[in-house]
Write a protein that binds this ligand. Structure first.
Ligand SMILES: NC(=O)c1ccc[n+]([C@@H]2O[C@H](COP(=O)([O-])OP(=O)(O)OC[C@H]3O[C@@H](n4cnc5c(N)ncnc54)[C@H](OP(=O)(O)O)[C@@H]3O)[C@@H](O)[C@H]2O)c1
Length: 226
């Protein structure tokens, strides 16, 4: 049995990844803030033949990351999927310091801390999967705090790949383009939601990369609309 921690599992891409990884070989630990939505993901996993535990935490608070780690306890995490993320979309002159801190807390500090705190118990064959974005590679007007955070996580992920590769631990980076999820609900403007890709496409890529033999790493996967 492999234990997989998925952050941001209450909806969107995280929920799709949880469903893609449902199997009698995996035990999923699902985390998010929305208790009801998270429980619904847990129920869907079980309905699809998987097993899961849900832990409600706000990853913007390092103290709650510590609580998450202690609630995981002695369970050895084989795979960590850093998926939780948020976006504040506005002209950079209008960004508040709070917007900046919150975005970095969720998109950068949380995956950094989770990776750092869990890695000691991981071994060859384990993987760290990071859900990045095309916004890790390109700047987009009004998305500066989001792009900064995703560039930062990309730098972290690519740096530790060298450190962890020696231990047989894979760092898999996924760079999706626009995916039709709730993250767009609060973004001002007209966005072609019906033309965006579905969260399932990201989930399929995550599963494909994780299913590769332990000595093979699909390092950087960009998922774009044609
Ligand atoms: N949708 C896209 O177009 C797109 C494209 C490229 C990359 N991505 C990335 O994909 C990841 C998932 O996004 P999504 O599109 O699935 O968005 P979403 O539907 O808004 O889901 C975001 C997830 O992150 C969790 N989350 C947000 N803030 C949190 C916090 N403070 N503490 C704990 N969990 C928190 C949410 O859980 P709760 O609400 O329960 O807290 C939710 O499960 C993000 O990293 C995003 O940047 C998305």
């Amino acid at each position: 049995m492999e234990n997989i921690l998925i952050t941001g599992a209450s909806r969107g891409i995280g929920r799709a990844i949880a469903l893609a990884l449902c199997s009698n070989k995996n035990f999923l630990i699902l985390t998010g803030r929305d208790q009801r939505a998270l429980a619904e993901t847990g129920r869907m996993v079980k309905e699809n033949g998987g097993s899961a535990k849900t832990i409600v935490k706000d990853l913007s608070a390092p103290a709650q990351i510590d609580e998450l780690i202690s609630e995981i306890g002695s369970v050895k995490i084989n795979h960590l999927i850093n998926n939780a993320g948020m976006a504040v979309v506005k002209p950079f002159e209008d960004l508040s310091l709070d917007d900046w801190h919150k975005t970095f807390a969720v998109n950068v500090t949380a995956p950094f801390l989770l990776t750092q705190k869990l890695i000691g118990n991981m071994s060859a064959g384990s993987s760290i999967v990071n859900i990045l974005s095309v916004a890790s590679k390109t700047g987009f007007a009004n998305w500066s705090s989001y792009c900064m955070s995703k560039f930062a996580l990309d730098g972290f992920a690519k740096s530790i790949r060298g450190e962890l590769g020696e231990r047989g631990i894979r760092v898999i980076n996924i760079y999706p383009g626009a995916i039709d999820t709730d993250i767009w609900n609060d973004v001002e403007g007209e966005w072609p939601r019906d033309k965006m890709m579905s969260a399932d496409e990201v989930a399929k890529s995550v599963k494909f990369a994780m299913d590769a033999p332990a000595n093979v790493v699909l390092e950087d996967i960009t998922i774009s609309n044609v």
